[in-house]
Design a binder for this molecule. Structure first.
Ligand code: HXC
Length: 263
């Protein structure tokens, strides 16, 4: 099986090496904003990677400026609650969530909103010293919609999760490391190679043991996850009926501060 470039616009997949597949998000001019197509392309590759016994571990990465700065705000700006509830991206998130092999996020630069949620779908996050993490959706009059409220809380604890979800502030790589979000920090130019080194180690282990180890570790925090995710998804959709959501997206696109009215 080949993982060639030709199929994809928004990602680059490197040739499989030592059992490690590297997927690079590739919308550099938009800080790798996660438009529907990008998430769909990741999901397509993961479906194939799951079937391919030569793939033992997958590394997701971006570039030096951004892992991903969130969902594509321009694509989301005019959505209605019904659009959000029927959003095709949910199917891609499901593929990522259910992927059975280890996923490592190699993060440099901005890792925000849906980008941070994508990183938290990974089993290990390693980061460059320049990485900045956050769930800034509140600045747009919305909330995280791909598990951020749930996974951030189980990783950071309630108080720190509230600190960042309610203010939208970013945290540094060091803060993310100290909070337990990030496993290791490296010089930014080394982040990807170090992630690949960890992936290569995992690739040499017994595949069935690796799969079950992943499943077992996830069970430690996943027992309440499904109901939390369902609530978050509905709350996220409801917010698209507010004028504040339209205001938040318009303010971002037109590079001005938002004026929220509570309606
Ligand atoms: C669409 C984005 C984007 C995004 C950046 N861009 N982030 N476009 N969606 N999430 C675009 C900008 O519009 C701009 O395009 C270009 O990338 C460069 O961004 P600037 O803002 O000019 O750069 P800078 O001043 O360096 O600031 C970088 C930044 C900022 C701090 C990352 O762009 C930012 O705050 N981005 C939004 C982060 C965010 O709110 N994420 C959460 C999204 S909601 P032009 O055309 O002007 O050059 C979300 C919900 C998840 O993720 C729900 C589940 C999927």
């Amino acid at each position: 099986m080949t993982y060639s470039l030709q199929l994809f616009d928004d990602i680059i997949t490197n040739p499989l090496k030592d059992g490690v597949l590297v997927i690079q998000l590739n919308r550099p001019n938009e800080f790798n904003a996660l438009r529907t197509k990008l998430l769909d392309e990741i999901a397509q590759v993961l479906v194939r990677a799951e079937e391919d016994e030569n793939v033992r571990c997958v590394v997701l990465t971006g570039n030096q400026k951004a892992f991903a700065a969130g969902a594509d705000i321009k694509e989301m700006a005019t959505k209605s609650p019904a659009d959000v509830l029927r959003d095709p991206r949910a199917a891609s998130w499901k593929v990522i969530r259910n992927f059975k092999k280890p996923l490592i996020a190699a993060v440099n630069g901005y890792c925000l909103g849906g980008g941070n949620e994508l990183a938290m779908h990974c089993d290990i996050i390693v980061a460059g010293e320049n990485a900045k993490f956050g769930q800034p959706e509140i600045n747009l009059g919305i909330i995280p919609g791909a598990g951020g409220t749930q996974r951030f809380t189980s990783l950071l604890g309630k108080s720190k999760a509230m600190r960042y979800v309610l203010t939208g502030d970013f945290m540094s790589a060091k803060q993310a490391y100290e909070a337990g979000l990030v496993a290791e920090i490296f010089a930014p130019e080394e982040t990807l190679d170090q992630a690949i080194n960890i992936a290569k180690k995992i690739a040499q282990k017994a595949p069935i043991a690796v799969e079950l180890a992943k499943e077992a570790v996830l069970k430690a925090s996943d027992s309440l996850l499904e109901s939390g995710l369902a609530f978050e998804r509905k709350a996220f959709a409801v917010l698209f009926s507010t004028s504040d959501q339209k205001e938040g997206a318009d303010a971002f696109i037109n590079k001005r501060p938002p004026v929220y009215k509570g309606s």
